[in-house]
Design a protein around this ligand. Structure first.
Ligand code: 3DU
Length: 213
């Protein structure tokens, strides 16, 4: 991954025109746009193609099915122009490897979720996160997702995944601090609502960028 702004925009809006407007305003301030179920279900897969013509897209479908279905989910979104996909590690080695293989065929990146950022992740995911991070590294993913809401968990996951990229959601709306996440070892911050829900998204992005510089 090319590190420049260290910001990934989580584009969780349902209106396609608004999505495109946000990307137009923010594309020079971010490294990737993360598009997930909300926008793809509302606007169709074509929205990936459209946004990918403006900025690199990471498709956050948190893919977590049997290997064959994982391939069938990965291929169309990669064909639509996604530069990266996000898969869950908990579905196991064969399922995650199917996503890695699909991404490699397109020269795209694959990220595996280790521990999520919301409070509920502490119930079941946190106790498994180290094993999930090890599996992700063994499957040769390009990076992992780790929680900006719990920087100490980023530090732990960094000790397992070595120099693979760590991308961290949970900044802003979920309470995480951009600087603390980066200091703990995150390479990229994933930021959604605090930018997209603001009346001035560019100003919020600029404030985060100056905080982390
Ligand atoms: O809380 P925000 O609005 O900044 O958005 C965070 C984004 O990251 C959102 O798209 C969510 O689905 C995603 N995400 C997490 O919040 C937590 C994870 O562990 C993984 C992805």
């Amino acid at each position: 991954m090319i590190r420049n702004s260290r910001l990934i925009l989580a584009l969780d809006v349902l209106d396609k025109e608004r999505a495109i407007d946000l990307v137009s305003v923010l594309k020079d301030r971010i490294d990737y746009v993360k598009v997930g179920y909300p926008l793809i279900l509302a606007a169709g897969l074509e929205v990936v193609e459209e946004i990918a013509s403006m900025a690199p897209v990471i498709a956050d479908l948190k893919i977590a099915d049997i290997p064959n279905t994982n391939t069938l989910i990965s291929e169309p979104v990669l064909a639509a122009g996604a530069s990266g996909i996000i898969a869950h590690a908990f579905a196991g080695r064969d399922s995650l490897s199917a996503c890695v293989d699909a991404a490699r065929e397109r020269g795209a990146l694959v990220f595996a979720v280790t521990e999520m950022s919301h409070p509920g992740a502490v119930e079941f995911m946190a106790p498994l996160a180290e094993g999930l991070a090890r599996l992700a590294a063994e499957c040769r993913v390009d990076g992992v997702v780790a929680p900006a809401t719990r920087p100490e968990r980023i530090r732990l996951i960094r000790s397992i995944v070595g120099d693979r990229a760590i991308i961290s959601p949970g900044v802003g709306a979920q309470g995480g601090s951009p600087r603390a996440a980066l200091e703990a070892g995150a390479d990229y911050l994933i930021v959604g609502r605090s930018i997209t829900d603001s009346p001035n998204p560019a100003a919020v992005a600029d404030a985060i960028l100056s905080e982390i510089r």
